[in-house]
Write a protein that binds this ligand. Structure first.
Ligand SMILES: Nc1ncnc2c1ncn2[C@@H]1O[C@H](COP(=O)(O)OP(=O)(O)OP(=O)(O)O)[C@@H](O)[C@H]1O
Ligand SMILES: [Mg+2]
Length: 217
């Protein structure tokens, strides 16, 4: 199992957001997570992504029990094994598309020439070979999000976690981004969890998980 969540609980003050969520995701699976606003989708994704610790329960990603990792090990694990895509791309405006894609590799102290080759190859994979030298402001919204997806993949993560990745795009760009996720699964065998409010995207996934009232239904 690439992701294993066992009986996850999380509360904020008196608000019980996750009330015992268990979820397994296999390698190469694309899973969508849907549910009303406030249902706890982002909270669950952040817990899977090790950005947030659960109050109780156990999380394993790529065979590692992440709750057992210390701070430094955890940062390293996150950098190497988990790719994130958010609703807003969070690209650095001063850097080119190629440089933005390279950043997680450089943070992970990978070899610069190898990182650059890998970044260029990923830009090709997401259909942006000819935009490598552009800065974010010189790219369309859809292109910016493609760069963010390439960046999430530069360290060849075990899992790609996307939180409303197409929430900020128009219909055409949205559909292209949706297709891209499935291409990535075909080409890279990438395991992907996508939180979305988009019914069509949710329906394209191998499995759709619905959250409500702190539980998976
Ligand atoms: N840091 C926090 N402190 C306090 N409450 C929080 C915090 N983060 C989230 N919450 C609350 O926890 C609940 C679940 O939030 P979460 O962001 O997981 O929902 P969501 O399903 O992603 O919603 P949306 O579809 O609107 O993004 C919400 O009621 C939210 O207000
Ligand atoms: Mg959310």
């Amino acid at each position: 199992m690439m992701i294993r969540c066992i009986d996850i609980h999380k509360r904020y003050g008196t608000l019980e957001v996750l009330k015992g969520v268990s979820l397994d995701v296999e390698a190469g699976e694309v899973v969508s997570v849907v549910g009303a606003s406030g249902a706890g989708k982002t909270t669950l994704l952040q817990i899977v992504g090790t950005l947030l610790a659960p109050d109780a329960g156990r999380v394993e990603v790529d065979g590692r029990e992440v709750g057992r990792l210390g701070d430094r090990e955890l940062s390293r694990f996150r950098n190497e094994r988990i790719g994130f895509v958010f609703q807003f791309h969070h690209l650095l405006p001063e850097f080119t598309a190629l440089e933005n894609v390279m950043i997680p590799a450089l943070i992970g102290r990978r070899d610069k020439a190898g990182s650059e080759r890998r970044a260029a190859e990923l830009l090709r994979t997401v259909g942006l070979a000819d935009r490598a030298g552009h800065k974010p402001a010189q790219l369309s919204g859809g292109e910016q999000q493609r760069v963010a997806i390439a960046r999430a993949l530069v360290n060849a993560p075990a899992v790609l976690l996307a939180d409303e990745p197409s929430g900020n795009l128009d219909t055409q760009n949205r559909e292209e981004i949706h297709r891209l996720f499935f291409e990535l699964r075909e080409k890279l065998g990438q395991t992907i969890v996508i939180v979305t409010h988009d019914d069509r995207l949710a329906g394209m996934a191998d499995r759709r998980i619905t959250m409500s009232d702190g539980l998976i239904r």
